[in-house]
Design a protein around this ligand. Structure first.
Ligand SMILES: Cc1cc2nc3c(=O)[nH]c(=O)nc-3n(C[C@H](O)[C@H](O)[C@H](O)COP(=O)(O)OP(=O)(O)OC[C@H]3O[C@@H](n4cnc5c(N)ncnc54)[C@H](O)[C@@H]3O)c2cc1C
Length: 170
């Protein structure tokens, strides 16, 4: 695949796309909401969108349970994970019952949204808009609260399907 330019045909496939996007390192977040109880899912399709007004966007799988909680409550939190929170990332990416994901994970409510302990920083957003995005939906949130928990956090970084440190080591 290295060095090849593919416009169509068998190599332009989902696996190739996923592998290629894996070369783009991202931070890792847990998106939280309060539906019938706490909901949360690991997400890296998070990007700052606008400064005035302050907006952020998140790509949600249409089937994600957390998306249902966001649609119902019209509000969500973004928790920026630190190095050392790989277990939390795996847990919130799992199919555990929603309430079980939070067992042993301390959190407090900010404006009714669960904000996890031990993260680098957090945002609370009001749901502003939803736009179709294939099998995902682009969720735009207006920031209504934010906080930094650590002075000099080392972020959790996802790269080539693995968690790495900023110097590229596992
Ligand atoms: C580093 C990383 C980044 C990620 N980034 C994103 C991202 O940006 N956007 C995104 O959408 N996802 C992302 N994911 C995947 C996401 O974290 C998982 O899909 C997670 O499981 C979603 O949790 P959920 O509770 O919201 O919904 P899910 O658990 O995925 O539920 C989705 C569907 O599965 C069904 N289901 C739930 N539990 C079971 C069960 N026990 N048996 C059968 N069916 C079940 C539900 O009814 C629903 O239809 C990422 C994962 C990782 C590791």
């Amino acid at each position: 695949m290295r060095g090849s330019i593919v416009e169509n045909g068998s190599m332009l496939d989902v696996r190739g796309f996923r592998n290629l996007m894996g070369l783009f390192p991202t931070g890792v977040t847990v998106i939280t909401a309060w539906g019938e109880g706490p909901s949360g899912m690991t997400a890296n399709s998070v990007a700052s969108l606008s400064l005035e007004p302050m907006l952020i966007m998140v790509g949600f799988d249409l089937k994600a349970r957390t998306l249902g909680a966001v649609r119902r409550s019209r509000r969500f939190g973004i928790n920026f994970l630190c190095r050392g929170q790989e277990e939390e990332s795996q847990r919130f990416a799992s199919k555990l019952p929603e309430a079980e994901k939070f067992v042993g994970v301390p959190y407090e409510l900010h404006l009714g949204v669960p904000i996890l302990d031990g993260t680098a920083a957090w945002l609370v957003c009001d749901l502003k808009a939803l736009y179709p995005g294939g099998d995902h939906v682009i969720t735009v949130g207006r920031i209504v609260a934010m906080g930094q928990k650590l002075d000099n956090p080392e972020p959790l970084v996802f790269y080539r399907g693995r968690y790495v440190s900023l110097n590229g080591q596992d």
